[in-house]
Write a protein that binds this ligand. Structure first.
Ligand code: ADP
Ligand code: ZN
Length: 750
């Protein structure tokens, strides 16, 4: 190495490595920050992203050269690159992994150039055909082909998968898939991705309606914030139908008129053609839609169009946070309270929290919107870090909030002669609704027929061989299913433990509820919407039938609750309002409340006033009682005080260290060592961290792995970070089969 050598820091996709230093060969132009390069890491060639030039080489290592420069124009714009670096630091995630999660697959051209230097498995494949592989259900004969067995296990866990995606995750998957097909164990299907939201149908442009006064106030505030060109955060708190989306549309239009870009994040489940149509009606083809059903080539095309400024607005689910929108002006997070903004695999980021950060750094306006804001977001407005805008009523004044009736099932009769879980109150309401020619939704957040199958002789519960959970009986498939790992087995004809001949099917899921309602409402057209009846396009079909009046009663899980506007539904029934309250999670109350308010909001969105029947065993629980009175402010007040008292977020900082492995004792030992290390750390920068655990996770075993967790609670982010950093040696020292994951600001407590 000579003193005149140019040195460049490169983020590489390898655990525990943030950036490595390489020499730029004399003949190569200097890689600009954000450009991809081919480099060697630990004798393996891979693709990394160039950061900045560095002055000094780390001591005592022999530097390797950059093998190839893959982008002349940096793929990642500077604003996004800085944001990704900060995100990685916040979540203690290696920058290379963050980049891997954020960046699109390579174009054919880049992949071709990379191919000269990097073996195929280190590149991301491109593919336009969505060929998928799925299991036929036939048992896997003994095979010595390890890759085939591995793929079989993978498919059993994850279900049908795109071959191109598999090839990326499991090298040799294509050949293994062919082998499984030859064995009759799997089959190949070519199909359109289900969740696809296409632009095939032209959408007529709409004219913005005149704003209501509260909308006007919010829009004015947002446009002045945009004019100020400084980062700021806003919370738009308004009931469903209060016109939040119209507020976003106006603010986005203003940002676009300033020549700036816009990003809208919505929960994946809410990313429906209906929603997309509203953005397209306003902005035409200046909007891209980013969703999980996109193929690699499409993702790449979207990225390029945004990156070049050809399209300046994007609507998408969680990962649209990383869209390379140029000159970001506004970032909207709709339904900000939704837990699905949290990524639970790989880099565990929270898209809402990071949207606030990205907007702040970019000098952009961040708009959070919800009918049931999270305690966290409301607290931002109380402490002056965000501005609150309230939309108190529905935008179209003729539509009123529904009337809610609580039915305490421990004191009320079930309907005579019917299923015990359908109260006579709900039954009467259904009959009356149908008699008026109106429609109803009945909500139950549990799919399948019977959630538990119990031996009547010994009481043994049929449970998953690889998870510590009971199997759910699905009648139409005649199978027992694990809802966590998708293990499936034929319904047993006797107890697996004592051989007893009779098994009781206990509890109720949507499949059983559907059957019970068919019986209880002769002549009514009953349909069901849950993950078993289909997601994406199939669920749109069911909802379209509902809108056309071809369904009288729709039974469903939370898929019926979210974001669908069906004006003709006037009755909503909730079978088990407190189903979620027993979850071992400090947010269980909040989540139940949000879900109930949202479900109730499905009733009477048209001109007829809707009504809601809430069946519960705990009518006085604040999450139930205040959902019934639709008093969001009162609930947030109760919840906020509870959190403050127990020192849960936003009144403390949490991190969960999750440890899992195939051997229980080994995993427990690692968790113990991490906990000891956390306890021993004394944060120097003030603030205290307290450590809970290690304890077996509530879901103690998942996919054959034993799970332990250590919860760290700190008074400040700095203290939390320091404590966690103190464990990095311990985490690295864990045996290979044991996985240790740090989850900062955890959402799932399971
Ligand atoms: P939210 O996003 O809060 O659920 P939406 O923006 O979807 O509410 O508005 C609900 C309905 O009211 C939509 O059909 C929308 O077109 C309509 N709407 C919104 N604002 C207005 C307005 N100012 N005047 C008339 N209709 C409006
Ligand atoms: Zn399982």
């Amino acid at each position: 190495m000579s003193p005149r050598d140019r040195l460049v820091a490169v983020a590489v996709p390898a655990p525990f490595a943030d950036a490595l230093t390489y020499v730029v060969p004399d003949t190569m132009p200097t890689p600009r920050p954000g450009a991809r390069v081919a480099v060697e890491v630990a004798r393996r060639r891979t693709v990394g992203v160039a950061l900045s030039l560095v002055d000094e080489a780390p001591r005592g290592v022999e530097l390797k050269p950059v093998l190839a420069l893959l982008d002349e124009q940096p793929l990642v714009p500077p604003e996004l690159l800085r944001f990704l670096c900060e995100l990685g630091a916040y979540y203690l995630a290696p920058l290379g992994e963050v980049l891997r999660a954020a960046l699109p697959p390579m174009s054919r051209e880049t992949a071709r150039r990379a191919a000269e230097f990097v073996p195929a498995r280190e590149r991301r494949a491109t593919g336009k055909v969505s060929q998928r592989v799925r299991l036929t259900g036939a048992p896997l004969p003994a095979t010595r082909a390890k890759a085939a067995a591995l793929l079989h296990a993978h498919l059993r866990v994850h279900g049908e998968a795109r071959v191109a995606d598999l090839e990326r995750a499991l090298p040799g998957a294509r050949a293994a898939a062919a082998r499984l097909v030859a064995l009759g164990v799997a089959e190949l299907v070519v199909r359109e991705d289900e969740a696809r939201v296409t632009f095939d149908d032209a959408v007529a442009r709409d004219a913005p309606p005149p704003l209501t006064d509260p909308q006007r106030a919010a829009v004015d505030a947002l446009t002045s914030a945009l004019d100020a060109r400084e980062g700021s955060t806003h919370l738009v708190f308004g009931v469903t139908g209060s016109g939040k989306t119209e507020v976003y549309l106006r603010a986005i239009a203003h940002a676009l008129s300033q020549g700036r870009g816009a990003l809208v994040l919505v929960p994946e489940i809410a990313l429906t053609p209906q929603l997309v149509a509203r953005y397209r009606a306003r902005f035409g083809d200046d909007v891209s839609v980013l969703h999980s059903g996109l193929g690699d080539a499409e993702r790449h095309a979207m990225w390029t169009r945004l990156r070049s400024g050809a399209v300046r607005a994007a609507v998408g689910a969680r990962s649209a946070l990383f869209a390379p929108v140029p000159e970001l002006g506004i970032l909207v997070v709709d339904e900000e309270h939704e837990g699905s903004f949290k990524q639970e695999e790989g880099v565990r980021y929270h898209a809402r929290d990071m949207a606030i950060l990205r907007a702040h750094r970019a000098g952009a306006v961040c708009v959070l919107g919800s009918a049931t804001p999270s305690v966290e977001s409301l607290e931002l407005t109380r402490t002056g870090r965000a501005t609150l805008h309230v939309l108190p009523g529905r935008a179209v004044s003729s539509s009123m909030l529904p009337e809610v009736q609580i039915v305490d099932v421990s004191r009320t009769r079930p309907m005579p002669g019917g299923h015990p879980r359908i109260s006579s109150v709900l039954h009467k309401a259904l009959v009356a609704t149908l008699a008026r020619g109106e429609q109803a939704i009945v909500f139950l957040n549990r799919r399948g027929f019977a959630p538990t199958v119990v031996c009547e002789s010994c009481g043994d519960v049929a449970s998953c061989p690889s998870c510590s959970v009971a199997l759910t009986f699905h009648r139409r498939r005649g199978a027992l299913l694990c809802h966590y790992c998708d293990h499936q087995e034929p319904m047993r004809d006797g107890c697996a433990k004592c051989g007893g001949p009779s098994l009781a099917q206990e509890g109720i899921g949507t499949e059983r509820l559907e059957a019970a309602l068919v019986e209880a409402l002769p002549g009514a057209r009953v349909a069901r919407l849950d993950r078993d009846t289909g997601g994406g396009a199939r669920s749109e079909k069911i909802l379209a039938r509902l809108r056309r009046g071809e369904i009288d009663v729709l039974v469903g899980t939370q898929m019926v609750a979210k974001g669908h506007d069906v004006p003709t539904v006037t009755l909503v029934g909730v079978i088990d309002a407190d189903g979620g309250l027993s979850m071992p999670d400090f947010r269980a109350g909040e989540r139940t409340f949000q879900l109930l308010v949202q479900v109730a909001g499905r009733a009477g969105r048209g001109s007829a006033r809707g009504s809601v029947v809430l069946q519960t065993r705990t009518p006085r629980h604040p999450a139930i009682a205040l959902a019934a009175s639709q008093d969001v402010t009162a609930f947030l007040d109760v919840e906020r005080r509870l959190r403050a008292e127990l020192r849960y977020p936003p009144f403390s900082r949490l991190a969960m260290v999750r440890v899992d492995g195939p051997d229980e004792a080994e995993a427990r030992e690692v968790a113990g060592a991490v906990a000891a290390c956390l306890r021993a750390s004394r944060p120097a920068r003030g603030g205290a961290a307290s450590v809970l655990g290690p304890a077996a996770a509530p879901l103690a075993r998942l996919r054959g792995r034993y799970r332990f967790q250590v919860l760290v609670k700190a008074t400040s982010r700095a203290a939390l970070r320091e404590a966690l950093l103190a464990t990095s040696a311990e985490r690295r020292a864990a045996p290979r089969r044991v996985r240790v994951v740090v989850d900062v600001d955890p959402v799932s407590m399971l």
